[in-house]
Ligand binder design. Structure first.
Ligand SMILES: Cc1ncc(COP(=O)(O)O)c(C=O)c1O
Length: 362
């Protein structure tokens, strides 16, 4: 059986490094924030080419706190793609603003800049582009749009650790970038975690206060609203042990993706967009008979997953949130199927999937 993803196999692969990192926290003095979190924040900021990294409790908190630190709140609208994980839009609700769901581009599967522009109202305050499946959204068009309309941009980099566009790291285009270290991510821990990266020191300082009861100095006085949303020290240490292997893992993902491209051949099968900056968080194909294809692959011992169905506009929390028609989101949510791509499980997957597809075709 080839599972769609198996985070425990990555931990097993780097078990010695992870054990050493955990032991260092257990034997150290800081169980909350302190050296383990600061060490990881510095390393992740370097990896992203960002001036600052603030570790928080989850990817959802990272987006919500970034929006809040940018001054977004009640009365504001935030433009979000309809095809993404629910956490992206939940984060908008958390800061008191309203998500406005817009359609995605059929090729990139990321937010369509024209649809985003059509959704702008006098209340629009920000855009949250998602680099879905590790492929870049059209950041030049989106930042130009944001500049014309005075909007903040928070990039959702939960699925794009290490990805770039035109040689420039994703996460460096907007005011801030939010990420998740959920176990299945390209860089994932053994629990929840997230971070915000930014080049803006004042924004980073506001984020540090927001994640820590509103404290901003050694006096530990609450200066305003604050939360308990710190990146856990054990997670930070484990992420720090895995970070030096992230670039190699991304290269392995690209090689598996190339192998899929060379081998997969089936009428009606759509392949993910190509792009040298992609990090293939998922290798998501499309097929008009998606569910039958998933069942066929399962019978052949190949795990798959659907990311994401239905579109967010069909979730009860977001029934009023569509800013316009969403035909591409509808079509993709009915046809996307994520094949195994995690390096620890997927080395032989392209050959196995190709063999199974031959049976599906006949
Ligand atoms: C695109 C995207 N945004 C946001 C999130 C939310 O992150 P978390 O689960 O860490 O809250 C995730 C993943 O979980 C995600 O894939």
């Amino acid at each position: 059986m080839i599972p769609q993803a198996a985070p425990a196999r990555r931990i097993a692969r780097f078990r010695r490094q992870v054990d050493e990192a955990v032991a260092a926290v257990l034997g150290g003095e800081a169980y909350v924030l302190g050296a383990p979190v600061e060490g990881f924040e510095a390393a992740f900021a370097r990896f992203c080419g960002a001036g600052h990294c603030v570790g928080v409790a989850s990817g959802t908190d990272a987006i919500a706190l970034a929006l809040r630190a940018l001054g977004i709140g009640p009365g504001d609208e935030v433009i979000v793609p309809a095809l993404t994980f629910a956490g992206t839009a939940q984060a908008v609700l958390h800061c008191g603003a309203q998500p406005r769901l817009v359609d995605v581009d059929p090729r990139s599967r990321c937010i369509d800049p024209a649809a985003a522009e059509a959704a702008i109202t006098p209340r629009t305050a920000a855009i949250v582009p998602v680099h879905l499946f590790g492929h870049p959204a059209d950041m030049p068009a989106l930042t130009a749009l944001a500049g014309r309309h005075g909007l903040a941009v928070v990039e959702d980099c939960a699925q794009s650790h290490g990805a770039s566009l035109g040689g420039r790291p994703l996460g460096s285009f907007g005011n801030a970038a939010a990420t998740s270290f959920y176990p299945t991510k390209n860089l994932g821990g053994v629990g929840d975690g997230g971070a915000v990266t930014t080049d803006d020191p004042a924004l980073a300082a506001r984020l540090r206060a927001l994640r820590y009861y509103g404290f901003a100095g050694p006096e530990r006085l609450s200066l305003g609203i604050g939360f308990n949303s710190r990146l856990d020290a054990l997670q930070a240490a484990i992420l720090g042990a895995l970070l030096p292997h992230l670039a190699d893992g991304n290269a392995e993902r690209r090689a598996i993706a190339a192998d899929y491209r060379a081998r997969l051949d089936l009428d009606g099968l759509g392949l993910p967009p190509e792009g040298e900056g992609s990090v293939y968080h998922q290798f998501a194909v499309t097929h008009p008979r998606r569910d039958a294809l998933a069942a066929h692959l399962a019978a052949a011992g190949i795990g798959t997953a659907v990311h994401y169905a239905p579109g967010l506009h069909r979730h009860p929390a977001f029934l009023e949130a569509a800013a316009g028609p969403l035909p591409v989101t509808e079509a993709l949510s009915a046809s996307l199927l994520s094949l195994p791509i995690q390096p620890e499980v997927a080395a032989g997957a392209p050959e196995a999937v190709a063999r199974a597809l031959a049976g599906f075709a006949s």
